[in-house]
Design a protein around this ligand. Structure first.
Ligand code: NAG
Ligand code: NAG
Ligand code: NAG
Ligand code: NAG
Ligand code: NAG
Ligand code: NAG
Length: 585
C-alpha cells in the first residue's frame, strides 16, 4: 500500500517534471511566435516544423564540404586576373584537397549551443515579442504579387533530354573531383538542413547550400512559377533548364577540351533544331549557369586552357546567360545572386529574420573571412588580413588555418551578425558568395572593386551603391595608403544605421525562397531575375520588330558600362576594367 503510494507520487512528480520540460522546450524552440496570423502556412509546413523541433545536432557529415560553400571563392578557379593569359591551376584546388583530409577533425562543438552568453542574448528578443507586429506591417506595405495577371509574363520551359539535367543529379557523387555533391542536392538543391545551433539562424529555413547549386534551385523555383505555359507562342521568354555548371564541374580537372565542350555543343544543336529557336534566333531563350562565367569562356581549344566554351558559342551569344559572376567585357551574360544558406518558406520568415538582424548588437567594426592568395601578386587579401589582425575592432576567420571555423556556416554567420562592416575583396575572381552572406546578416559590405557587385547584380542591387555599401579602391590598399579601420570609423552612427537598414531591406531581394514554398507578397531573387529577363527579352523583341540592333551597337568590351549606366562614355571606373589580353576569354 504505502509502497504504491510513494511510487504513484513519485510518478506524478516525474510526470509534472516532464510536462514542464516539454512546455518549456516548446516555448523556446517549438512555437513560431510571429505566425499567429499565418496558421495556414504552419499547417502547410507542418512536417517541416516538426522536423525542426528535433534539434539538428547531428549534421556532422558535411563539415569538410563547407569550405567550398563558405569561403565563397574556392572552386572558382580563375584566370581573369592573370592578364598574361596564362591559365594556371589556382590555390583553391589545394584548399579543396585539404578539406578531404580534415573531414573528421572538425568536431561537433558548433552544433551544440555556443556559449551561455550568446544564449541569453538570443533568448531576450523572444520575450520582447514585437516580431509579429513587424511582420504584419511589412506585409501590408507590399504590393500583392499574387494579383498580377500573367499577360506578358508567361514562360515556356524546354523539355530537355534528361542527360542535360536530371541525369547529372543522379551522378552527384562524381560531379566534382573534390566534393561529394550528393548532400548538397537534397531538398531540391538547397542541401541538408542546418537546424539552429546557438540560435544563430532561425527556427527553419537554413540549409547547407553549396554556392554552385543555383541551377538546380532555380529550375525547381521555375517549376512553381505562376505563369508557366505549354504554348511557346504566348511565352515572354523560354527557359532552358540545362545544368551547365554541374556538367562542366565534372570535367574541369584533367579532361580534354573536347570532352568539356561536348554536352554544350549537343545542347545548342538540340535547341537550334527546335521550332522555338527560329522565332528570335534564341534571343528569347535564357539559362542559368551556376558557376562563374570564366568556367565557360575558354577562348582557345587547348587542353590546358580552363573550362569550356559554352558562353562563346554563337547560339549562346544570342541567349541571355545567367551566372553568379558575369563577364564585364561580354554582352550575353548577366549576374544573379549566389545562393546563401537561407531559403525562407514564408514572407513572415523573411520579416522575422530582418527584425532579428535589426536588433543585433554589433560588437566589432569590421570583419573578414577568407584565405590569403599568396600566389597572386596583385591580391590585397594579405594586406587586409594584416590590418585586421592588428586592429582590436576587427574579427578574422582565416580559412587557411587548420582549425577551420571557416568551414562552418554558423561561425561565419555569427561573425557577420556581430560586425558593422564585412570586407569583400576579390579572390580568384571579382565576386564572392560571402557578399550575399553578409547582406543576409545585415553586415554592410565593403568592396574593393566595382566588379565585385556594382556592375554585376544589376537587377538585384540598388544603382546607388553608396546607400548600402562602401567602395575602397583596391589600389589604395595595395599601396598601403589606407587604413581600413580609420576609413570605416569616419562614418557616423546614423550613417551606419542608415546603410545597414538598406542592407537589411535588400535581404528578400537577394534570397532564393524555398522552391517548395510560395511567398505571398515579397519578391525573391528568382522573381527579380525573371522580371529582368522578361524586360530584356521584351526590348530585344521590340528591336527586332523595328529592325534595329541598338543592343549590339557598342563595343562588347564596354558591356559593363553599357549595362550599368546605359552609356559607354569615359568613366572613373575605367581603370578597374582594363585588360591586356582579350583574346583568351
Ligand atoms: C606562362 O607560363 C609559362 C610557364 O609557367 C611562363 O614560362 C611564361 O612566361 C608565362 N607567360 C606569361 C605571358 O606570363
Ligand atoms: C570519419 O569518421 C567515421 C566514424 O566516426 C568513420 O567511419 C570514417 O571512416 C571517418 N572518415 C575519415 C575520412 O576518416
Ligand atoms: C504542360 O503539359 C504537361 C504534359 O503534357 C502537363 O503535365 C503540364 O501541366 C502542362 N503545363 C501547363 C502550364 O499547362
Ligand atoms: C593542373 O591540374 C592538372 C590536373 O589536375 C594537372 O595535370 C596539371 O599538371 C596542373 N598544372 C599545373 C601547372 O599545376
Ligand atoms: C543569332 O542572331 C542573329 C540575328 O541577330 C542571327 O542572324 C544568327 O543566325 C543567330 N545565331 C544563331 C546561331 O542562331
Ligand atoms: C527589392 O525589390 C523590390 C521589388 O520586389 C523593390 O521594390 C525594392 O526597392 C527592392 N529593395 C531594395 C532595397 O532595393
Amino acid at each position: 500500500m504505502d509502497n504504491s503510494i510513494t511510487t504513484r507520487s513519485r510518478n506524478k512528480i516525474w510526470f509534472v517534471f516532464v510536462i514542464l520540460f516539454v512546455f518549456w522546450y516548446l516555448l523556446l524552440y517549438g512555437f513560431d511566435w510571429s505566425s499567429l496570423r499565418g496558421l495556414t502556412s504552419i499547417s502547410n509546413d507542418q512536417e517541416k516544423s516538426i522536423e525542426s523541433i528535433v534539434p539538428k545536432s547531428i549534421h556532422l557529415t558535411n563539415n569538410h564540404e563547407e569550405k567550398e560553400t563558405l569561403v565563397s571563392d574556392s572552386g572558382n578557379t580563375m584566370n581573369v586576373i592573370d592578364n598574361s593569359g596564362n591559365t594556371t591551376n589556382v590555390t583553391d584546388d589545394v584548399a579543396d584537397d585539404n578539406k578531404e583530409k580534415h573531414a573528421n577533425d572538425s568536431s561537433t562543438e558548433d552544433d551544440a549551443i555556443e556559449d551561455v552568453d550568446d544564449l541569453e542574448k538570443e533568448l531576450e528578443p523572444i520575450f520582447v515579442d514585437d516580431d509579429a507586429k513587424y511582420g504584419v506591417d511589412s506585409n501590408n506595405q507590399e504590393n500583392g504579387k499574387q494579383e498580377k495577371s500573367c499577360a506578358g509574363r508567361y514562360i515556356y520551359v524546354h523539355d530537355l533530354p534528361s542527360r542535360f539535367n536530371n541525369d547529372l543529379l543522379a551522378q552527384c557523387k562524381s560531379l566534382n573531383k573534390w566534393t561529394d555533391m550528393c548532400q548538397y542536392l537534397v531538398n531540391m538543391g538547397l542541401g541538408s538542413e542546418l537546424g539552429n545551433p546557438g540560435r544563430i539562424f532561425s527556427r527553419t529555413g537554413w540549409f547547407n547550400t553549396n554556392q554552385f547549386s543555383l541551377e538546380v534551385i532555380f529550375h525547381n523555383r521555375m517549376k512553381q512559377y505562376d505563369c508557366l505555359t505549354n504554348d511557346s507562342s504566348e511565352a515572354a521568354a523560354i527557359f532552358v533548364p540545362y545544368y551547365a555548371g554541374l556538367d562542366i564541374s565534372r570535367h574541369l580537372w584533367g579532361s580534354s577540351f573536347s570532352e568539356r565542350d561536348s554536352d554544350s555543343l549537343d545542347l545548342v544543336k538540340w535547341l537550334r533544331e527546335k521550332p522555338e529557336w527560329n522565332v528570335m534566333w534564341g534571343r528569347d531563350h535564357f539559362m542559368v549557369a551556376g558557376r562563374i562565367t570564366w568556367d565557360f569562356r575558354r577562348g582557345v581549344d587547348e587542353d590546358n586552357s580552363w573550362g569550356n566554351k559554352l558562353m562563346l558559342l554563337p547560339e549562346s551569344k544570342n541567349m541571355t546567360m545567367l551566372t553568379i559572376e558575369s563577364s564585364p567585357w561580354n554582352r550575353n551574360d548577366f549576374a544573379i545572386p549566389y545562393p546563401t544558406y537561407f531559403h525562407p518558406w514564408t514572407d513572415n520568415d523573411v520579416n522575422q529574420w530582418q527584425n532579428k538582424m535589426r536588433k543585433r548588437k554589433r560588437k566589432s567594426l569590421f570583419c573578414f573571412v577568407g584565405a590569403p592568395r599568396p600566389n597572386m601578386e596583385d591580391s590585397i587579401r594579405g594586406e587586409l588580413m594584416d590590418q585586421c589582425k592588428s586592429s582590436r575592432r576587427c574579427k578574422l576567420i582565416e580559412c587557411s588555418d587548420q582549425q577551420n571555423k571557416c568551414q562552418k556556416p554558423v561561425h561565419i554567420m555569427k561573425m557577420f551578425q556581430n560586425s558593422a562592416f564585412c570586407l569583400q575583396p576579390p579572390g580568384d575572381s571579382f565576386t564572392r558568395r560571402s557578399t550575399f552572406d553578409s547582406i543576409l546578416a545585415g553586415c554592410i559590405p565593403v568592396f574593393f572593386s566595382p566588379g565585385s557587385a556594382y556592375v554585376q547584380y544589376l537587377w538585384h542591387l540598388p544603382k546607388d551603391f553608396q546607400k548600402y555599401s562602401i567602395l575602397i579602391p583596391e589600389d589604395e590598399v595595395k599601396n598601403k595608403k589606407v587604413s581600413i579601420e580609420k576609413k570605416l570609423s569616419q562614418f557616423s552612427k546614423s550613417q551606419v544605421s542608415a546603410m545597414r537598414e538598406e542592407v537589411i531591406k535588400l535581404i528578400p531581394n537577394v534570397t532564393y525562397a524555398d522552391p517548395r514554398s510560395k511567398w505571398q507578397k515579397l519578391e525573391d531573387a528568382f522573381d527579380l531575375t525573371v522580371k529582368g529577363v522578361i524586360e530584356r527579352v521584351e526590348s530585344l523583341r521590340q528591336e527586332i520588330k523595328e529592325g534595329k540592333s541598338s543592343s549590339l551597337n557598342f563595343d562588347e568590351e564596354d558591356s559593363w558600362k553599357y549595362y550599368t549606366f546605359g552609356t559607354v562614355e569615359k568613366h572613373e571606373w575605367d581603370p578597374f576594367f582594363l585588360r591586356t589580353d582579350r583574346s583568351r576569354y
